[in-house]
Design a protein around this ligand. Structure first.
Ligand code: PLP
Length: 445
């Protein structure tokens, strides 16, 4: 970064500090990961200087001979790895990728059904605050008391509401999605079925999470989560989708450009191509298997320590804890864990009795720490640290006489967290662990 250092010292310093933060803490937000330097180099390359509105070999500007090949390579690799008929690699991120499907298939007011945000779906699956909930008739499905999708209830809802589009996808649901069941439910209603595998993409191509390709019409995914690529997204059309609607690929391409976006970020697309190449190495399959194995160990250990896990465990890379039996808010736990060096996020839990800004849950995941090479032993230590931090918070909250309502105040939480000696000790222990597992610059075969 020698040029950046000379040109803009402030940004240079902030990047350095962020690098240090990432080095010294455990990245356990399940949607985050550390891309390789190869991906970073592609994203930071001069490809970002090029305007390339249109698609390969059909552009609106001159000078495309190299970028056409970049985009073509990215599409071909994705087609091969996901086993799909068509890929669009241009969406700027996951939200515009999803929006392109609404634009391609629905008219304002048409009905869409996705998993409710409060139950583990994404904003773009029809949440009331999102354009997808404002401009379309969104009917959200929820989880049952066990924290699982109730497919017979879903079938009933679909039959009643006759959606044009059904979205099967998650941000905070730790179990396998039953693509086959989704498919039969969508078929009965003649609805399009879209799988949003943003979180699951890397696990799917590694074969450790069921592949939706044979069952759904459309797949959307971000590229920066378990896939470990740059911030970006892809939209894919399966053979099944093309059979249902031979114009589907053309409709989606038109929705992405010119419907929603202008010039594609060719630098990001190059980064996606690199990430897909890295994900084709056998080491990536081992990585993905380890992500799941680590999440399962962490889940078992936490469960053994008396934590309530939504759905009782995990099939993938993420865990959702319900802290109501501990009597502390997700905010307090997340902020305290951050002080300790464990970076997670507060999250609503199914049937949460607390409001979304003060939710009862914590969402954590293993993609980032597994990229650093951590395994079962480290998961056991991390579970013990989480237990220690939460245990100390519970004790101190009682000792300081803090009520549930008072806990909603940041200053009160800061006082509570600041009074824990154990959190400071854990922070030192975590820094030491992090030194033993440096963030990798390369992910090779
Ligand atoms: C399932 C799912 N879909 C879509 C998105 C949106 O991606 P982005 O944040 O890149 O817009 C996310 C992001 O968390 C997600 O988890």
């Amino acid at each position: 970064m020698k040029f950046l250092k000379r040109t803009d010292r402030e940004i240079y310093e902030l990047i350095r500090q962020e690098e240090k933060r990432q080095r010294q803490t455990l990245m356990m937000i399940p949607s985050e990961n550390t891309a390789s330097k190869a991906v970073e180099e592609a994203v930071g390359s001069s490809l970002g200087n090029k305007y390339a509105e249109g698609y390969p070999f059909k552009r609106y500007y001159q000078g495309q001979e190299h970028v056409d090949r970049v985009e073509d390579l990215a599409r071909d690799r994705a087609k091969r790895m996901y086993g799909v008929a068509h890929v669009n690699v241009q969406p700027y991120s996951g939200s515009p990728a999803n929006l392109s499907i609404y634009l391609a298939l629905l008219s304002p007011g048409d009905t869409v059904m996705g998993l409710s945000l409060a139950f583990g779906g994404h904003l773009t699956h029809g949440a009331p605050v999102s354009i997808t909930g404002k401009f379309f008739r969104s009917v959200s499905y929820e989880l049952n008391e066990k924290g699982l999708i109730d497919y017979s209830e879903l079938r009933k809802m679909v039959q009643e509401n006759k959606p044009k589009l059904i979205i099967a996808g998650i941000t905070a649901y730790p179990r396998f999605l039953d693509w086959k069941k989704f498919s039969s439910i969508a078929k009965e209603a003649d609805a399009y079925l879209m799988a949003d595998i943003a979180h699951l993409s890397g696990l799917v191509i590694a074969g450790v999470y069921p592949n939706p390709t044979p069952y759904v019409d459309i797949i959307t995914t971000t590229t920066h989560k378990t896939l470990r690529g740059p911030r970006g997204a892809m939209v894919m059309v399966t053979d099944k989708g093309m059979k249902k609607d031979p114009d589907l690929a053309a409709k989606i391409d038109k929705a992405v450009f010119p419907g929603l976006q202008g010039g594609p970020h060719i630098n990001t697309i190059a980064g996606i191509a690199v990430a897909l190449k890295e994900a084709s190495f056998s080491s990536f399959r081992k990585y993905a298997a380890r992500v799941v194995e680590n999440a399962k160990v962490l889940a078992e250990e936490l469960s053994r320590s008396g934590f309530n896990l939504i759905s009782g465990g995990t099939d993938c890379h993420l865990i959702l804890l319900d802290l109501r039996n501990k009597g502390i808010l997700g905010n307090t736990a997340a902020e305290a864990l951050e002080r300790a060096g464990i970076i997670v996020n507060k999250n609503s839990v199914p049937f949460d009795t607390n409001p979304p800004f003060y939710p009862s849950g914590l969402r954590l995941g293993t993609p980032g720490i597994t990229s650093r090479g951590m395994g079962k032993r480290e998961m056991k230590r991390i579970a013990a640290w989480i237990n220690d931090v939460v245990g100390d918070l519970v004790l101190l909250k009682k000792r300081l006489g803090i009520s549930d309502i008072e806990e909603r105040k940041l200053s009160v939480r800061n006082k509570l967290i600041g009074s824990s000696v154990r959190i400071k000790e854990i922070n030192r222990e975590i820094k030491k662990l992090c030194r033993h597992f440096p963030i990798k610059e390369q992910y090779l075969y």
